[in-house]
Ligand binder design. Structure first.
Ligand code: ZN
Ligand code: ZN
Length: 404
């Protein structure tokens, strides 16, 4: 046994109008992708359902076999799990930015000059008990942080404090439903943001930033409230020991919530600078210990958002180079994407994503090219994201029989 779900984030695309109506996959030189297509069985996959535009978080849940409509409770808890906070049932989690406001609490910089140093100390100074609620704050990458409210009588039905743009006053959270839990949570959140503004305004990290002419991170802006989701771990759902190799906190968060081990890989980032070769090495090694390894490479999605056709082609060719040494033939690999991020659109679309499964027992088809159009003629046909885990479990010989 032993399977890999290799996710090239945002890989799927549409024919690019200024590039000969080809997709980046059709334009790239990628002998290893094509070899997988030749040796495996191909298809296309609607991550949720035809025409539904998935975020990366719900897409990864779906690829792991969960129904996101059932388990997804918002981005906050996923980010919190992604930075290593242990969540408890009933916890309300938020994503946050450290930001800069002027003396009238009008927002000057939503990212506090993309602060890099000192956020650990800043976040630590904001842990407190307030109105019978435990407040836990932890830094993320750069200006990002997460916030967890723990206590009784809380609700995720509160609006963002973050106004999402500069040069407007920072408002207050309001309840989004007429319950006393939502009212109480908004009150706690507003009291916390006020308190945090006072603490951060006097913090040594910010005094130093002001001396250096940098904007102080003198406020914290929560958004995206969500209650801890109830997700059955893969170990009990399928009896699988599973791990993930990823640079992006959000992917680590989804995998943590699914009970997977998050492997530390040096050089693995969520950016264009990521060491894809190191990820592939870590993946191969993890197969000694784990039944399922999920790998995420974020870079194609970043190029899609940036409308960068050449960049996306280059990233595909870099992944292809790293895949040369991937995986012995006696293991299964699903080489796919979590959604399409077409360069002409610059955002996620509902287009189905390319998929190849290679490994023992697959019914090889006639497809020899790994791209959106060639794979549409493959032996897997058109499946849903949630079908992928079931197909892999069946190939690995661990699927439960339906009936006698
Ligand atoms: Zn994605
Ligand atoms: Zn994206």
């Amino acid at each position: 046994m032993g399977a890999v779900i290799f996710i090239c984030d945002g890989l799927g695309d549409r024919p690019a109008t200024r590039h000969g109506h080809r997709t980046p996959l059709q334009a790239a030189h990628k002998p290893n992708f094509d070899r997988f297509a030749t040796e495996g069985v191909g298809g296309i996959m609607d991550i949720i359902a035809p025409g539904i535009r998935p975020g990366s978080d719900v897409a990864h849940l779906s690829l792991l076999g969960y129904d996101p409509y059932e388990v997804y409770t918002g981005r906050g808890p996923i980010e919190a799990a992604g930075v290593g906070l242990e969540l408890k049932p009933g916890d309300i989690a938020f994503r946050c930015n450290f930001a800069t406001v002027d003396s009238n609490k009008a927002l000057i910089d939503r990212r506090a000059g993309r602060i890099k140093k000192g956020t650990t100390q800043l976040a630590r100074s904001l842990n407190m008990d307030l109105m019978d609620t435990q407040i836990i704050c932890k830094e993320g990458t750069e200006h990002r942080a997460v916030l967890v409210l723990r206590g009784s009588g809380l609700s995720a039905a509160v609006s963002d404090v973050d106004p999402h743009r500069d040069h407007v006053p920072v408002g207050a959270a309001v309840p989004l439903e007429p319950t006393k839990e939502a009212r109480h949570t908004a009150d706690v959140l507003n009291a916390f943001v006020d308190q945090a503004h006072k603490i951060l305004g006097n913090h040594e990290v910010n005094a130093q930033r002001v001396r250096e002419g940098k904007p102080p991170a003198n406020i914290i802006l929560p958004r995206g409230a969500g209650v801890t989701p109830q997700i059955e771990p893969l170990s009990s759902k399928y009896g699988l020991r599973a791990a993930c190799v990823a640079g992006v906190g959000m992917v680590k968060g989804v995998c943590t919530l699914a009970g997977m081990d998050v492997l530390d890989v040096e050089g693995a980032t969520g950016g264009l600078d990521t060491d894809i070769g190191a990820k592939v090495k870590a993946m191969n090694k993890a197969l000694d210990t784990y039944d399922l390894v999920l790998v995420n490479v974020k870079a194609p999605d970043l190029c899609g958002h940036d409308h960068d056709f050449e960049g996306k082609v280059k990233v595909i060719e870099r992944i292809d180079g790293a895949l040369r040494d991937a995986l012995p033939q006696d293991r299964w690999i699903a080489l796919t994407a979590d959604h399409s991020t077409p360069v002409d659109v610059g955002d996620h679309t509902g287009d189905p994503v390319p998929l190849v499964i290679r490994g023992p027992g697959v019914r090889t088809d006639n497809v020899v090219r790994y791209d959106e159009c060639s794979l549409a003629t493959g032996g897997l046909g058109r499946i849903r994201g949630r079908d992928l885990m079931l197909i892999l479990l069946d190939l690995m010989g661990v699927a439960k029989k339906f009936g006698a």
